[in-house]
Design a protein around this ligand. Sequence first.
Ligand SMILES: [Fe+2]
Length: 302
Amino acid sequence: MISRRGFLRLVGGSFFSMVSLGAYAVGIEPMLLTHVKRYSLTPPNWPAGLRLRVVALADIHACRPWMTPERIASLAQQANALQPDLIVLLGDYTAGTRLVSDWVDASEWAPALSGLKAPLGVWAILGNHDWWEDLSAQRAGMGPTLARKAIESAGIPVLENDVVRLEKDGHGFWVAGLADQLALRPGKAWGRSRFKGLDDLEGTLAKVSDEAPVILLAHEPDIFPKVPSRISLTLSGHTHGGQVRLFGYSPVVPSRFGNRFAYGHVVEENRNLIVSGGLGFSILPVRFGMRPEILSIELGSA
Ligand SMILES: [Fe+2]
């Protein structure tokens, strides 16, 4: 099996040697071709009369020159222009590659998100890179991470194994946010031999105190087989659709389920998952066949 890093290096290496293709995959597709990916669905047992537009941003991976605070602020304006009822942020605000001309600190990317506005609010979860780059959180084996504090300072609540009950047109619904499933890296210094997740699905859902529908935010889609049918919709990012996707197939996906949850709308046993291809990239500044996307999801309309 070729690793994600090895594969992206291989692809990146070939692209760098082919200048025009390289310019496309490194410059044009990652930066200029952001588009809105729309979904319409009515999950099982969704209340009649509850129509909800959820806009989601995933895997921003702030860094210069590709994902500057200015670009993040402009993505926030694009998200607002979709007139969502609520906006959710699916984690990985932090850079996931060393191939940057300059690091963009949480004190820069978080304020750029503060322009996001929606009547039912903006709600965030964290991703693995938000944890991995925070060495004191790695050492302590717990948060709050710098990313969390910065997002909260920007006025956006962060849900880590937590829920919030919202209401639209007299119908209640819940947004549940899972803590990251890969939060703690292995490392001798930290006394860990493997990745440790901080996710507590059961504990999170125990906070849901009525029968209203639940939208679950989970950075990595790998939790999906464990998500009960009680959950109307799970929203994830993390995979970037593999970053390189050809004919509906991603050669390398950072998920132990491979292509099963790599990208898009997945329905299994009447349960719904949408995986965003995200906005930024990790390992290498390459995107091919997987344009950066903002999700706009209409619930209760189909
Ligand atoms: Fe991630």
